[in-house]
Design a protein around this ligand. Structure first.
Ligand code: GDP
Ligand code: MN
Length: 387
């Protein structure tokens, strides 16, 4: 789960990470109120959406007057902000962070995430801050310092020093940077984050080290341990289809292709997506309906898949292990009667009572094709796209 910058900064501040003072505003009036409370001489007005690249898109503005705060706030609130991370449709701005503006001497990057290959957390830092880190990684990888943290030991003091020295900090800024990195790691671990990214981390003209931006992604599977953080969820920022799927306990992730997929089990779902691609199609979604695959879940699955206008054909691929294929087949038939499936439907049932399941499907009168082999199912669904 992603959270907003202002929420991330509040979380980080609790762990002692240095962030500029700020407050949230939903109107121009409130923005001025926050600015007055902060005092000047400079403020930054920042669109709060779950996407980076806001600066380039016009969602981050500096100003030195209260009038300016009001004008920028009025201009940014309600705007449809398009950045490289929102996609071309953009995202509506509903809230602003009004923060004390930093006088920046130099921008850096620091991020912590999980390195699955090494089964360790990795801290990445670079003197090339403010730029997209992906670009730095691609063009000048030698400019990224990486330090791996053994999760059974945690971060050692020398590791924080290694990064701070590596970034070239000196004197009091060096001490602040060490404290900053130590606190950032603590916040990352204790909030069960999968990403904590500060871009830019800045050295101010006054010689202080602070986070001008903050992005935190929390591990959904650990949210039950953080009721306070779970409440920060902003459904406006999530794909409406994913929100709806969540309500039905369906594991759905929207993708950009045109073949809707309904599968039981995450492994089979991923294999199905691979096979669809191999056959020349593009999956429109990942959907794991879980072990049960009851008529209700199948019906909810169809409804969600069909709300995506890109879907031109659907592949149902269910393995009957604990759940019997004849039951699944009845579920598919019942669901197909309740939902208007206006695209070609290919169903592959394999496992317990597969034969019986296929028979039920073929006798049902529902317009669909069955398949026995996995590759055959993928080929049929991509052929259906062409017709
Ligand atoms: P992003 O574009 O979504 O990553 O948003 P950021 O918070 O990183 O802001 C974009 C850019 O605006 C930063 O890289 C800075 O260069 C600039 N910026 C943001 N806040 C401040 C500030 O307080 N003072 C100054 N001088 N520049 C800022
Ligand atoms: Mn940024």
């Amino acid at each position: 789960m992603n959270i907003h910058e202002y929420q991330a900064k509040a979380l980080l501040a609790k762990y002692g990470v240095a962030v500029p003072e700020g407050g949230i505003a939903y109107t121009g009036q409130e923005a001025v109120g926050v600015a007055e409370r902060l005092g000047g001489p400079v403020w930054v007005v920042k669109a709060q959406i779950h996407a980076g690249g806001r600066g380039k898109g016009g969602g981050v503005k500096l100003t030195r007057t209260l009038d300016g705060v009001r004008q920028k706030a009025d201009a940014i609130l309600g705007m449809n902000l398009v950045t490289h991370q929102t996609g071309p449709q953009g995202q509506t701005v509903r809230a602003l962070l009004i923060a004390a503006g930093a006088e920046i001497a130099k921008e850096y990057y620091v991020g912590i995430t999980l390195d699955r290959g090494k089964s360790m957390d990795v801290i990445m830092a670079s003197t090339e801050g403010g730029v997209e880190i992906e670009t730095v990684a691609e063009e000048t990888p030698e400019k990224i310092i990486k330090v791996w943290i053994d999760p059974t030991i945690g971060m050692r003091p020398y590791q924080a020093r290694q990064i701070a020295f590596g970034l070239g900090f000196e004197g009091t800024a060096l001490k602040q940077a060490i404290r900053f990195i130590t606190a950032l790691y603590k916040a990352y671990v204790q909030s069960d984050a999968s990403l904590a990214e500060i871009n830019p981390l800045v050295l101010t003209e006054q010689g202080n080290v602070i986070a001008v931006d903050a992005k935190i992604t929390l591990d959904d599977n650990a949210l039950f341990r953080h009721k306070d953080l779970a409440e920060l969820r902003d459904l406006h920022e999530e794909d409406p289809l994913e929100v709806e799927a969540d309500e039905h306990d369906l594991n759905y992730i929207k993708l950009d292709g045109n073949v809707g997929c309904m599968v039981n089990g995450a492994g089979l779902a991923m294999a199905s997506m691979d096979l669809i691609k191999l056959a020349g199609g593009e999956p429109a979604n990942f959907l794991d309906v879980g072990g049960g695959a009851s008529a209700e879940t199948v019906e909810a699955g169809f409804r969600i898949i069909l709300k995506d206008p890109n879907v031109k054909a659907i592949l149902v691929n269910i393995f009957g292990g604990i759940v019997r294929c004849d039951r699944v087949a009845r579920g598919v038939v019942e669901a197909a009667r309740n939902v208007d499936i206006n695209v070609p439907l290919i169903v592959r049932l394999q496992g317990t009572n597969a034969e019986e399941g296929r028979h039920i499907l073929q006798q049902s009168g529902v317009e669909l094709e069955t398949a026995i082999l996995f590759k055959e199912a993928a080929d049929k669904v991509t052929q259906a796209l062409a017709n």
